[in-house]
Design a protein around this ligand. Structure first.
Ligand SMILES: C[S@@+](CC[C@H](N)C(=O)[O-])C[C@H]1O[C@@H](n2cnc3c(N)ncnc32)[C@H](O)[C@@H]1O
Length: 249
């Protein structure tokens, strides 16, 4: 029996192929309202989490950067303003609808020459080994069917001396925050999705997928077993989100 036979899609158990298809459907459906919903759901705080991530990326003008599962390009766009003519940003995602929104945003911001858009699966990256100085995956790993394959691929395409950053929902560090956050995620979030994006199921999946995602220490162990030499994490907003900084020597 294959290890990938049944995987989590939110609280449902489905085949690996089915999960990849369902995740594709979720992001196809949310793409037009994705940025608006991010601002509404997090009350704008996702911008702070992303700002800190970019800051800790220590971008240099000649850096070659991959924003994996980059969706509508929030991180890619921020990186693009920091590189020079020798640098490059690749915005990679499995979902064309998300990438189209991202591409339009880059054009509107005049950044289209600096950001290359690539359709890809994080589990099998179409790049040579040791290509990127910096790699980010923001709120993406949770949705990938085989997370270990994605982590191994991230390690493979990262240059020695480079950094991969995983920004993802995580496990709250305080029981009180967890209680309030659970009530918000399961009672308010799906309603917000229904009202604004006319899509309750996708936001129910969001809440469930967050609960299934490995907690801080477990993800750190996974990162190290994927081949990275060092991993440290920072909790944001009492652990609602964590940033794992992964280093390859
Ligand atoms: C929640 S969005 C995050 C978008 C963006 N990084 C951000 O922080 O706003 C998750 C993204 O992961 C993408 N995704 C899911 N599975 C993927 C995979 N196997 N390979 C690449 N992208 C994937 C989805 O298409 C979606 O655009």
């Amino acid at each position: 029996m294959s290890e990938q036979k049944e995987v989590d899609f939110g609280y449902k158990k489905v085949s690996a192929e089915e999960k990849t298809r369902l995740v594709r459907e979720v992001f196809h459906s949310v793409a037009p309202n994705y940025d608006l919903m991010n601002d509404l759901m997090s009350m704008g705080i996702h911008r702070v989490w992303k700002f800190i991530t970019v800051l800790l990326g220590n971008v240099r003008p000649d850096h070659c950067i991959l924003d994996l599962a980059g969706g509508t390009g929030d991180l890619a766009g921020r990186f693009a303003t920091q590189i020079g003519p020798q640098g490059e940003v690749v915005l990679g995602d499995i979902n064309l609808a998300m990438l189209k929104v991202g591409r339009d945003k880059m054009i509107d911001a005049g950044l289209q020459e600096r950001v290359k858009t690539v359709t890809l699966n994080a589990e099998a990256l179409p790049f040579a080994k040791n290509k990127f100085d910096l790699l980010t995956i923001g709120f993406g790993l949770r949705n990938v069917t085989n997370k270990m394959s994605a982590l191994k691929e991230m390690w493979r395409v990262l240059k020695p001396g480079g950094q991969a950053m995983i920004l993802e929902f995580s496990t709250p560090t305080s029981a009180t925050v967890k209680k309030v956050y659970d009530a918000y995620s399961f009672k308010i979030l799906p309603k917000l999705g229904e009202r604004v994006a006319k899509d309750r199921e996708s936001y129910q999946y969001l809440a469930e997928s967050i609960r299934n995602h490995p907690a801080q220490e477990t993800l750190k162990d996974m990162v190290l077993s994927a081949g990275f030499d060092e991993c440290e994490y920072h909790n944001f907003s009492a652990g609602i989100v964590a940033l794992h900084r992964c280093f390859k020597y």
